[in-house]
Design a protein around this ligand. Structure first.
Ligand code: 2HA
Ligand code: ZN
Length: 273
C-alpha cells in the first residue's frame, strides 16, 4: 500500500488540518507524533528507504525498534494536507531507543520535529502505563496560553478552573491537567518535566507556550485538546467581564457528577475556595 493511502496517515494529516483551522499553529508552531502499530508498519514497509542514524537527544528504551509518524521540524501544519510527503516523516528507532532514522517522507529535506525528545518520552511513559496510547499532540492553543499569565501555575488551580468552565471537562479529563513552568523548549529537560506529568495526566500545559495532549487515537487526542482549550476560552471570556464568578459548580456537585458518571475525581482538586 502507498503510505499516503494508509488510514493512520490520513488520520494524522486530518488532525494537522483541523489544528490549523483552530488557529493553534501559526507559522511552524506545534507538532504531532503517532506510534505506528506493527500491522500498519507491515502494510506500508515496501516504501521505506532508510536514511542515516541520528541521536534522538534522549533515551527511550521501551520504544526500541518501533516506528513513528511525526511532523517535520520547521514545517507548517498549514502545509501538511497540501503536501504531506514534504512535511511529515516516518522514523524508525534503533534497538536501544537512542537513535532514529527517517525511512519515509520529508522528501524535500528536513528533520523530525524539534520536540522529538518530548514526544518520544511522553509516548514511552504512556506506553508503559497503557499500550493503547499512541498519539502525542502539541499546539499553541491561544486561551490556555493566555491563562498561564493570570492563574497560579499549579496543577490544582488549572484543573479546577478548567473543570468549572464546562461540565464535560471532569468527565473528559478526570485525572486533571499538569503544568510545566516556563522552560526552554526543544530539549531533554523540558521533555523530562513533561513526561513526569504524563505519568498522571493526559494533558500538560507549557506556561507561556502551549499544551501537550496524549491519547489512544487521533479523535480522542484532538478532542481532548479541543475540550480543554474551549473551557479555557470560556474562562478568558468570564475573566474579561468580571474578576468574580457569581455562581459556579461546587465541590459537592463535582462529587455528585463523579458518582453518576462513574469517574474518579481526585479530592486535591475539590478544595474549598
Ligand atoms: O515550532 O511548537 O515547541 C514548533 C514548536 C516548538
Ligand atoms: Zn511549541
Amino acid at each position: 500500500m502507498k503510505v499516503l493511502d494508509a488510514e493512520f496517515v490520513q488520520g494524522f494529516i486530518r488532525l494537522c488540518g483541523d489544528g490549523w483551522e483552530q488557529g493553534w499553529h501559526e507559522r511552524n508552531g506545534g507538532n504531532l507524533s503517532y506510534r505506528i502499530k506493527d500491522e500498519e508498519v507491515e502494510s506500508v514497509k515496501e516504501n521505506f528507504v532508510p536514511k542515516d542514524w541520528t541521536p534522538i537527544g534522549t533515551e527511550v528504551p521501551a520504544l526500541a525498534s518501533e516506528y513513528f509518524l511525526v511532523t517535520g521540524s520547521g514545517k507548517y501544519f498549514r502545509n501538511v494536507p497540501l503536501d504531506p510527503e514534504a512535511n511529515i516523516a516516518i522514523i524508525e528507532l534503533d534497538d536501544k531507543g537512542e537513535n532514529f532514522r527517517i525511512v519515509w517522507g520529508l522528501n524535500k529535506g528536513g528533520r523530525p520535529t524539534s520536540e522529538l525528545p518530548s514526544h518520544l518520552m511522553n509516548l514511552e511513559v504512556k506506553k508503559k502505563l497503557d499500550p493503547k496510547y499512541r498519539v502525542v499532540y502539541h499546539c499553541h492553543c491561544t486561551n490556555i496560553i493566555a491563562l498561564t499569565f493570570v492563574l497560579p501555575l499549579t496543577d490544582e488551580v488549572f484543573t479546577r478552573e478548567l473543570w468549572e468552565m464546562a461540565t464535560e471537562c471532569p468527565v473528559v479529563f478526570p485525572q486533571g491537567v499538569g503544568v510545566v513552568p516556563w522552560m526552554v523548549p526543544g530539549g531533554r529537560d523540558i521533555a523530562v518535566a513533561t513526561s513526569k506529568l504524563m505519568e498522571k495526566y493526559d494533558l500538560a500545559i507549557w506556561a507561556h507556550h502551549g499544551m501537550f495532549a496524549a491519547g489512544e487515537d487521533f479523535d480522542l487526542t484532538f478532542g481532548l485538546m479541543h475540550t480543554a482549550e474551549k473551557s479555557a476560552e470560556i474562562l478568558v471570556k468570564v475573566l474579561s467581564m468580571t474578576d468574580k464568578k457569581r455562581q459556579t459548580i461546587q465541590p459537592d456537585e463535582f462529587r455528585h457528577l463523579a458518582k453518576d458518571f462513574n469517574v474518579d475525581l481526585p479530592e486535591r482538586f475539590l478544595y474549598e475556595k
